[in-house]
Write a protein that binds this ligand. Structure first.
Ligand SMILES: Nc1ncnc2c1ncn2[C@@H]1O[C@H](COP(=O)(O)OP(=O)(O)OP(=O)(O)O)[C@@H](O)[C@H]1O
Ligand SMILES: [Mg+2]
Length: 258
């Protein structure tokens, strides 16, 4: 199994505001290491404030790590290569559907990453936008619509279209499915799984919902206070949770896997 994303000793500490003589640091992330292969999903679960979103922001390049390195396909990602990283590692947030700029049409929204990152001409961009909308189960003609003309589930698909239009290799879903009702959520999971196979994507799924984690992920990493306390194949960890944080998480959701 070939490694796509290789995270080595990534750590993050934040400087907290205070008087110069008692300036403090907060270690949000201890050095952590893991790998993700193409077409696989790594779930990250853990208590609130355990550093999951901080890690996600480092992976997309929105925050710089204090220490550590990230390799994509064996190549070191540096913060200088921000544009390149944006192309390869994309993130979808819980509320990304609702944060679509209401004054832009879907075509304009999807055109933005293309004009920034590619040399495609207008006709090629229109065609790509049309194809991408179809890939996420929308219609090509939807490109002339504004965000308010879509339902919540459709808006989430537009965010997904925006995330995949540059053909990334890794997509990070930070609670991206949390706001959807169960039937929309399972449609979205099926769509994500299809796209994973078609495009060879790796997903990092940050979720509080162990049902989604079980259904969707191959491997899981459990975090607490900025550290990875347990990791392994999702089914094995869920069948036989070793760490008290994992056990507590499963108990709090009445979650059992036999
Ligand atoms: N810019 C910042 N400055 C200082 N502290 C920060 C900053 N960003 C995050 N933190 C702290 O880092 C810790 C980890 O936050 P993070 O958002 O990564 O948690 P999380 O695991 O995503 O939690 P949740 O499940 O609630 O989304 C928290 O204690 C948070 O207060
Ligand atoms: Mg978070």
């Amino acid at each position: 199994m070939s490694v796509l994303l290789d995270v080595r000793g990534v750590a993050k500490s934040f400087k907290l505001k205070g008087h110069w003589y008692h300036k403090r640091k907060f270690n949000a992330l201890a050095p952590i290491s893991f790998t993700v292969a193409a077409k696989k999903t790594l779930a990250i679960v853990g208590e609130t404030g355990s550093g999951k979103s901080t890690l996600a922001k480092i992976l997309v390049g929105a925050e710089a790590p204090t220490t550590g390195e990230i390799y994509l396909n064996g190549q070191l990602l540096q913060s200088k290569q921000f544009k390149q990283r944006c192309q390869h590692v994309r993130m979808i947030f819980q509320d990304s559907g609702t944060t679509l700029n209401p004054s832009l049409t879907i075509q304009q929204l999807l055109d933005e990453p293309l004009t920034l990152n590619t040399d495609l001409d207008e006709k090629q961009r229109r065609q790509l936008i049309r194809n991408t909308l179809q890939k996420v189960g929308l219609l090509g003609d939807h490109m002339n619509f504004y965000p308010h003309m879509f339902s919540g589930g459709q808006k989430q698909r537009i965010s997904l279209a925006r995330a995949i239009i540059l053909e990334p290799q890794v997509i990070i879903l930070d609670e991206a499915l949390a706001a959807l009702d169960p039937s929309l959520r399972s449609q979205m999971i099926n769509l994500l799984l299809d796209l994973q196979q078609q495009m060879g994507l790796a997903y990092i799924l940050i979720s509080h919902n162990l049902g989604i984690v079980r259904h969707f992920s191959d491997n899981v990493m459990v975090m607490s206070h900025g550290e990875v306390v347990e990791s392994g194949k999702t089914m094995e960890v869920m069948r036989n949770p070793q760490h008290k944080v994992t056990q507590r998480l499963m108990m709090s959701q009445n979650f059992q896997v036999k």
